[in-house]
Design a protein around this ligand. Structure first.
Ligand code: AMP
Length: 215
């Protein structure tokens, strides 16, 4: 049987990446984060990375055709397995293209989750976020501390601040979310299924709530 297909939406810093990893593990899904794939490409200086780097640095979206190409390849590799999409789709063009890609494979989205958080909480969260450049684990100077300060709990690599987590870029990313991504809420509501999750509570509580509503 084909696995579940889930889209997780929410502004940058809503915790959707953290939740996507946890839900993927619980439900045995492939976690597909376009942000992680693009950051790895930038770090590896691949042609994709060179195309994406300047947009990412400025907190702008990478062009739709670039992101659609990479998602199409990933979906091809996954085949009939289940997945959770994190950070994609981010524009109406991407959402419509995703519907077409799925239709062509006789697949469908089973659930769309929206993690809701106040923008000011987000600015605070993102400007104190640290990430592992090796395994993409996410930490926070205030709320998600590591056993050894500055080192990843999973792989021991030295943590870094994402260049796009500087305050000005965070505010730019929030504007981009409002303008280009928030219309997807109406798009998926119109398709009949969008589940709102309160992203203000703790990580464990949010995961439990998501698993509860997915049942
Ligand atoms: P994220 O890790 O999801 O916050 O993504 C980091 C950056 O990668 C974004 O600010 C964009 O520049 C780029 N990016 C990630 N996903 C997409 C997407 N679906 N469409 C366009 N750009 C994206």
């Amino acid at each position: 049987m084909a696995g579940k297909h889930i889209v997780i939406l929410g502004p940058p810093g809503s915790g959707k990446g953290t939740q996507a990893v946890r839900i993927a593990e619980e439900l045995d899904l492939r976690h597909l984060s376009t942000g992680d794939i693009l950051r790895d490409a930038v770090a590896g200086k691949t042609p994709l990375g060179r195309q994406a780097e300047d947009y990412m640095k400025q907190g702008a979206l990478v062009p739709d055709d670039v992101v659609l190409g990479l998602i199409n390849e990933e979906l091809e590799v996954i085949g009939n397995g289940g997945w959770i999409l994190d950070g994609f789709p981010r524009t109406l063009v991407q959402a419509e293209a995703l519907s077409e890609m799925l239709e062509a494979r006789s697949h469908r989205i089973d659930h769309v989750l929206l993690i809701d958080v106040d923008p000011e909480v987000i600015v605070e969260r993102l400007t104190s976020r640290l990430v592992c450049p090796n395994c993409n684990a996410v930490y926070n100077l205030d709320s998600i501390k590591t056993a050894v300060p500055g080192a990843c709990d999973v792989c021991g690599t030295e943590l870094v601040k994402r260049p796009d987590d500087e305050e000005e870029t965070v505010r730019q990313r929030l504007r981009v979310y409002e303008e280009q991504t928030s219309p997807l809420v109406v798009f998926y509501e119109g398709k009949g299924g969008l589940i709102r999750i309160n992203g203000a509570s703790g990580i464990e509580e949010i995961t439990a709530e998501i698993l509860r509503v997915l049942k």
